[in-house]
Ligand binder design. Structure first.
Ligand SMILES: [Zn+2]
Length: 222
């Protein structure tokens, strides 16, 4: 079913330009507006829930990615972390006054990740509500790295699949040393990557996106 959309006070120059483009491309202004609204909604949903995996190569790249995230995240974000106090990444975030979402009980996290994560999400939510502002949670977690070290890539993938299904609002970066994660089997690695909206590699001062798109074989030669 279609609906009519009447837009009052639409910018005249935009209207002229879009009408011209529509005419040149044998399409309609309605299709252009529908496409724009569709893209806006997808982007809005992406901002509401983002769960990315970031693999770093060494301490320098870890320090770089954390300072970039800290710099980019404005005051509209509620910045928290999940990780062991001994981890160099956590020490960096601690210095920058990020909130410890595990409330000093990270060991429990590694024993029962899903129950602990539910508590952590409650802690974050209480802080966000308590702030009285419309903050979006931004969480850096080293759980993947620790679960892989303590247990397996399969365990880490299982946790991230569970977390992804919850579709919690906000942005979560699962950050891990690439070396640990790459010890997994092909299937476990695939599941771990697939559980995230995006996978990034950080090498020295650069960040690269790894793409995991479901493709048709014919696209190999197109
Ligand atoms: Zn994850």
């Amino acid at each position: 079913m279609v609906k009519d959309l009447f837009v009052r006070d639409f910018d005249e120059k935009l209207h002229v330009k879009a009408t011209q483009i529509a005419a040149n491309n044998n399409t309609t202004l309605a299709s252009i507006v529908t496409d724009a609204v569709d893209k806006w909604i997808k982007n809005y949903e992406k901002v509401q829930h983002r769960h990315n995996l970031i693999l770093y190569s060494d301490e320098t790249s870890l320090s770089k990615i954390l300072s970039e995230i800290d710099k980019l995240a404005s005051d509209n974000w509620f910045k928290s972390f999940c990780g062991s106090a001994n981890h160099s990444g956590i020490q960096i975030l601690n210095k920058r006054k990020w909130f410890d979402a595990t409330a000093n009980s990270y060991d429990e996290f590694l024993e029962r990740p899903q129950e602990a994560a539910t508590k952590v999400l409650e802690n974050i939510n209480n802080e966000v509500v308590g702030s009285g502002r419309r903050l979006l949670p931004l969480t850096v977690a080293f759980l993947v790295e620790d679960l892989v070290r303590k247990d397996s890539v399969k365990k880490a993938a299982g946790f991230c699949e569970w977390y992804e299904r919850k579709s919690t609002p906000g942005t979560t970066f699962c950050i891990s040393n690439a070396k640990s994660v790459l010890t997994g089997s092909f299937d476990d690695l695939f599941n771990l990557f697939d559980a995230h909206n995006g996978v990034f590699l950080v090498k020295n001062n650069k960040i690269y996106r790894l793409r995991l798109d479901d493709e048709h074989f014919y696209s190999l030669l197109i």
